[in-house]
Design a protein around this ligand. Sequence first.
Ligand code: HEC
Length: 129
Amino acid sequence: MKKMMGAMIVAGLAASALAGGTAFAQAKGDPVAGKKIFMRCIACHAVQPGAGAKMGPNLAGVVGRKAAAAPGFKYSAAMQKAKIKWDDATLDKWLTRPAAVVPGTSMAFAGLPNAADRANVIAYLKKPN
Ligand code: HEC
């Protein structure tokens, strides 16, 4: 009986290690889930290359680029002065609370409180479809 219990505990540990693996994959971001989150952005942002600006700039190629660099969009003075390069870390902060990262930004969006939502939408921005 003692042996059985031991085996069950080992099996339980293996299962939680697997679950941990899934959580890690989620922290890396899932572009398919991110596409759904992007529905909250799409009123203001196109993401296909060559598409025009909407209320906000086109976000094609934004990951790895300097802030305020999309052609044909009039950024706020605050964003033009912000010395930011968009990567996973800066986008994660920005999407948590835009106005805290660039005070005076014209992006009227409260933010995404859920870290997994942010990771997923960042993954989508890297690989829009
Ligand atoms: C109400 C319209 C609106 C919504 C909704 C919105 N944005 Fe924006 N976004 C803007 C505007 C306007 C700017 C330009 C801000 C500035 O110049 O200060 C911007 C800027 C950005 C930038 C910086 C672009 C650059 O070229 O530097 C990123 C990245 C971004 N938005 C991502 C998102 C994501 C992701 C979402 C959805 C989770 C979202 N936005 C939702 C309007 C919006």
